[in-house]
Write a protein that binds this ligand. Structure first.
Ligand SMILES: C[S@@+](CC[C@H](N)C(=O)[O-])C[C@H]1O[C@@H](n2cnc3c(N)ncnc32)[C@H](O)[C@@H]1O
Length: 226
């Protein structure tokens, strides 16, 4: 998968993309990142990418020209014929595991990060963005939401994690919350690992896990059961 990120703050991505599963996926050529700094597409000498909003009021707006120039340059350089640009915004469709599974099927994932009060509406319209929100709260920029999307998508790419079943058993994947997990020691501060997990009886373990998943979902997220 090729992941393109359009941002005015590229440095925010260094670090998170260089560790753990994402780093391994990069090292294995499962995913390639292209971080595009929209400031490079500003034509004034200070590389300004924001300006005051028409109509007054506080807060700066990301200008349309550097974003659109950056996007068009990227489409051409990487021969992207039918680009789908996903814009991170609290006004977008709520992000879910279902969406992560859908995005993980793409060859090219393009993420546009807003900042300040947001982006000039014409950039959204021109790029025909598909808008995604990671939740009903407001962050300072689209960079952290982009990282949330990247992490949740990359771990689903074949080969990114050693045992794909471990992603498939995670919460939401099958519609339920995950069951509880235990590791060594068998007993800690008087708390024992459930006997069934030590029994070696695979069918009973599966049954126990399924029951626990259902029970957890019923207790914590009844909405998922409907
Ligand atoms: C301070 S926010 C702007 C919020 C905007 N004025 C509004 O109320 O819809 C700056 C940028 O952060 C990103 N952002 C903030 N919260 C987000 C969320 N919950 N999901 C996705 N992106 C978010 C968006 O890219 C947004 O353009």
């Amino acid at each position: 998968m090729q992941i393109h990120i359009l941002t005015a703050f590229p440095n925010l991505f260094y670090g998170p993309l260089d560790e753990s599963i994402i780093k391994r996926a990069r090292d294995r050529d499962i995913v390639h990142f292209h971080i595009h700094d929209i400031r490079e597409f500003s034509r004034d000498k200070h590389h300004t990418v924001d300006d005051y909003g028409y109509g007054g009021g506080p807060g700066m707006i990301l200008k349309p020209e550097p974003i659109i120039r950056c996007a068009e340059h990227m489409f051409e350089e990487y021969s992207i014929k039918e680009p789908r640009v996903f814009f991170l915004t609290p006004q977008g469709e709520q992000y879910t595991q279902k969406k992560a599974i859908e995005l993980a099927q793409l060859d090219t994932l393009i993420l546009l990060c807003g900042h300040y009060k947001g982006v000039d509406e014409r950039a959204r319209e021109y790029l025909k963005t598909e808008d995604i929100s990671i939740g009903d709260y407001v962050l300072s920029g689209g960079e952290l939401p982009a990282m949330v999307i990247i992490d949740s998508v990359v771990r689903l790419l074949p080969g990114a994690i050693s045992d794909i079943e471990s992603a498939e058993g995670d919460s939401f994947h099958s519609g339920l919350l995950d069951h509880p997990h235990y590791t060594r020691p068998e007993e800690y501060k008087g708390m024992r690992v459930p006997d069934v997990l030590l029994s070696g009886h695979h069918a009973k373990i599966e049954e126990w896990r399924k029951q626990q998943s259902l029970e957890r979902t019923r207790q914590r997220r009844k909405d998922l059961l409907t």
